[in-house]
Design a binder for this molecule. Structure first.
Ligand code: BTN
Length: 329
């Protein structure tokens, strides 16, 4: 284990209480200068560590309470106007946003929660949403587009999240076509886009983009049914100061940046550069999760609607839609 990780463990054990540089140095067998250097790195990584002369270093008991004013201010500073509501607990932020959709027919809205009691996943599944280890939020938007067009908003949101998480944590993110974000090969987030269409013009009345981010692995691990695929943004469970507010605001700002130029698909370049199936052989899986005659295809790229451009073994090329298939590496 490196000095930095060793120091973090010691600080964790003494969380909220100071421990001198000398004592840390002695415990792990390095110099006080080495301790100081590693502490600086940890602070740069986002750990909230106080350094007080004659007392030592203290890993602060984290303050990571959701704050409407923090998130609103950040979003406002980026030039956007959005009503923000934060809750400690709700059933599902998507449901919450939909309940408020008639009140917010013209204005956009952001609902954030530290916990969901009935988090919804894709295909009618539930989404594991405990408190303390993640953050869950939904954005109610009013795009002037058809339902087909609106399906691209999920891809836009995935890209925004990947780029924002990289900016905050410095970790590399990967996108598994079509809409899964991975860090260290594990799915660290889920996105569910819902909406309502108008009978009059067939366009969207509103869209709700719901995002759940696993920041830390739960103490008892992820539930049995998802434990092989689910992961967390951070490798350890040291609570970062203000991280939920930061994650939500950075993702939302990036998402609104892309949304402003939705028709130009400015997010596609950032999507493509993270989509790790491009340039690889993959097996096509039908929606019933059966390999389609075990067909292996080579992925050439994606088109503007995020269809997968593939070359089949007989040389012909086609575009595959995520509604029909998924892929296995
Ligand atoms: C999936 O991977 O199946 C999609 C999961 C989407 C979860 C988010 S958490 C915030 C929002 N509220 C919900 O009830 N679901 C979405």
């Amino acid at each position: 284990m490196r000095i930095k990780e060793n120091i973090l463990l010691i600080l964790e054990e003494n969380k909220g209480n100071p421990i001198s540089g000398e004592e840390i140095a002695e415990k792990i067998g390095c110099t006080r200068a080495g301790v100081w250097k590693a502490i600086k790195q940890l602070q740069n990584d986002g750990y909230s560590i106080d350094a007080v002369s004659n007392k030592g270093y203290t890993l602060k008991v984290s303050g990571d309470i959701l704050s409407e004013s923090f998130i609103s201010k950040k979003i406002e500073e980026a030039g956007y106007n959005l009503k923000v509501i934060c809750e400690e607990k709700t059933d599902s932020t998507n449901e919450y946003a939909k309940r408020l959709s008639s009140e917010f027919q013209n204005d956009d809205l952001l609902i954030v929660s530290a916990e969901q009691t009935a988090g919804k996943g894709r295909k009618g599944r539930s989404f594991y949403s405990p408190s303390d280890t993640g953050v869950y939020f939904s954005l109610l938007l009013h795009p002037n587009c058809s339902p087909e067009e609106a399906t691209n908003l999920t891809t836009l949101a995935v890209t925004a999240e990947a780029v924002a998480l990289e900016k905050i944590t410095g970790y590399k993110t990967e996108i598994k076509w079509v809409n899964d974000i991975r860090i260290r090969n594990k799915k660290i987030s889920g996105i569910l886009t819902e909406g309502s269409t108008s009978f009059e013009d067939g366009k969207m009345n509103y869209v709700v983009i719901g995002i759940g981010v696993n920041l830390y692995e739960p103490e008892a691990g992820f539930p049995e049914d998802i434990k092989d695929i689910a992961g967390a943004v951070f490798e350890d469970s040291v609570q970062r100061e203000n991280i939920r507010n930061l994650v939500v605001s950075e993702i939302v700002i990036r998402l609104l940046d892309y949304y402003n130029s939705f028709n130009k698909r400015t997010y596609l370049k950032d999507y493509e550069s993270r989509c790790f199936v491009i340039g690889k052989n993959v097996t096509i899986i039908s929606s019933s999760h059966e390999a389609i005659n075990d067909e292996e295809v080579f992925v050439l790229g994606i088109d503007k609607d995020c269809h997968l451009h593939v070359r089949h073994s007989d040389g012909h090329e086609s575009f595959l839609s995520s509604g029909e298939i998924s892929v296995r590496i």
